[in-house]
Design a protein around this ligand. Structure first.
Ligand code: AMP
Ligand code: MG
Length: 494
């Protein structure tokens, strides 16, 4: 890492430069009494920014939008989106803005973006604001995902504004400063096509290629390549969500990136008991975005990306559809490879065997039928490798079918002849002890937003940002919600 730790961001704003017509200049609202609640020091370091300066009044003024730093070109990005299947041609950053693109200490280009920073020309009826609770929630969920090794946008800071926000009740307001490989969304392409036509789609596609898949830039079939690459990164992303029991909750095309990073942590949550029908969002009545539907929804969204790209893929429209269809078919292979590979690792299996898909599916049927806690089950499985099956069997109320499965599984693991301690350690490196459990997240957010006490949130962050490292005294963070917590619902009034 280059030794650069400054009080100025190294901006280079390619979106503003390349894509006039795809944004409106924006000015953040003034926060009357900014107060930094969380600052992500390690992320600041990656951006080449001195974390103690960020925490100073000058730094906080930048993080909350009171001051545009030197070199920034604040703008609200335009995008469309299919929301729960219905097309909205004009969404865009209604309460957010792109401050600029920072070249980080590794030379990577990263968006610095503020959310909750006031109304923009895309605000429609919205107030442009965000409440402290949901912004802290995005911080915790994103950092947990990052620590789990899942591509994601990341929170740099949450700053309370001192401005009230009216939702069902009056809540304290906040701005989230967020860092992303880019904020290009499927909806960005949809906006280009709906409002400008193919020329703009091409400019957006060239911009996406330059940022995320630069090796395609000189290829004659680069737009087909772009589709193939987004299919790949999104297949891998959703497979990694599935492996940890993450439910995004609002997989509209405006909430799906070209980079393959998870974005827009609204009504998302981690599943406790394994059930493909798990839905947390109070507005997802039909279960469109249920845990088990996520891979097919990603494919549906990818088809929405393919549509505006078709005229760029081939001059002959039938040939173009053929090529795009073949690219879309690549999803299944990419998804299966990542999912099955990930499941093998979770089960302590190194090589591939043709019986593995059945081994996985039969286990999931047991977990579903017996309503077993997903995270705890996989974590405890490693002790079974060394011969102690009791700990994991204790999680299964009626363990007959589990025991039958476990016999097959043990045969598979021991058949590979690897040292049991090595296998168990490898399993513990991929099966987390700590995820942001819903009851703990709620408890921590309540303490932070009502009592101004950030201690529970910081403790939770400590656990979920080292998710594979079991620590003494951390039992509380590993346990599922008590029955009294009831069925968890998330609300969209973020
Ligand atoms: P989301 O569901 O948060 O991904 O947002 C969907 C769309 O609604 C985006 O265009 C947002 O910018 C916009 N939006 C959400 N909340 C607000 C708000 N409070 N004020 C203005 N626009 C908003
Ligand atoms: Mg969104």
């Amino acid at each position: 890492m280059e030794a650069r730790c400054a009080t100025e961001f190294a901006f280079d704003n390619s979106f503003a430069r390349d894509l006039v017509g795809m944004y409106e200049p924006a000015v953040a609202a003034t926060a009357p009494t900014p107060n930094a609640l969380l600052i992500n020091e390690s992320l600041a370091l990656e951006l080449g920014i001195d974390a103690s300066w960020l925490a100073s009044p000058e730094g906080v003024d930048v993080l909350v939008g009171n001051v545009a730093p030197a070199g920034a070109e604040p703008l609200a990005q335009a995008y469309s989106g299919h929301q729960f299947g219905g097309f909205s041609p004009r969404l865009g950053d209604g309460r957010a803005l792109l401050v600029g693109e920072v070249i980080d200490v590794f030379g990577r280009r990263r968006d610095l973006h503020l959310k909750g920073s006031g109304r923009t020309s895309f605000a429609r009826g919205g107030d442009g604001k965000a409440a402290v609770g949901p912004m802290l929630r995005e911080y915790v969920m994103g950092e947990a995902m990052h620590a789990l090794g899942i591509p994601t946008t990341r929170a740099l800071a949450v700053v309370a504004t001192g401005d009230p926000v009216r939702r069902e009740t009056v809540l304290p307001g906040a701005v989230l400063a967020r860092v992303a490989a880019s904020h290009l969304r499927v909806g960005t392409f949809q906006f280009a096509a709906a409002h400008h036509g193919t020329g703009m789609v091409q400019r957006v596609a060239d911009h996406a290629i330059a940022r995320h898949f630069p090796y395609l830039a000189e290829q004659p079939d680069r737009y087909l390549g772009l589709l193939q690459e987004v299919v790949r990164v999104q297949a891998e992303l959703v497979a990694s969500w599935m492996l940890v029991g993450f439910v995004h909750g609002v997989m509209n095309t405006d909430n799906m990136t070209l980079s393959g990073e998870t974005i827009d942590y609204g009504p998302c949550a981690f599943m406790d008991q394994f059930d493909p029908a798990t839905v947390f969002s109070s507005i997802d009545h039909g279960g469109r975005y249920a845990y088990g539907n996520q891979p097919s929804i990603v494919q549906w969204n990818l088809a929405r990306l393919a549509e505006p790209l078709l005229p760029l893929i081939h001059d002959d429209s039938e040939r173009s559809i053929e090529l795009a269809t073949t690219a879309m078919r690549g999803f299944a292979d990419r998804f299966d490879a990542r999912w099955l590979g990930g499941m093998r690792s979770k089960l302590g299996v190194a090589g591939a065997d043709s019986g593995d898909p059945a081994l996985v599916n039969d286990l999931l049927a047991v977990l579903h039928d017996q309503r077993v806690d997903h995270t705890r089950f996989f974590r405890r499985l490693s002790s079974a490798v060394a011969g102690d099956l009791a700990a994991v069997a204790a999680l299964v109320p009626e363990p007959t079918s589990f025991h039958a499965w476990a016999k097959r599984w043990m045969g598979r693991v021991h058949g590979e002849g690897r040292d049991p301690a090595t296998v168990a350690a490898a399993m513990d490196a991929v099966n987390p002890v700590y995820i942001p459990r819903n009851h703990l997240v709620e408890e921590a957010l309540a303490a932070a937003s009502t009592a101004g006490d950030l201690t529970p949130l910081r403790q939770l962050l400590d656990a979920v940002t080292q998710p594979f490292h079991e620590r003494r005294g951390g039992e509380r963070y590993a346990e599922p919600a008590p029955a009294s917590f009831g069925r968890f619902q998330t609300y969209c009034g973020t």
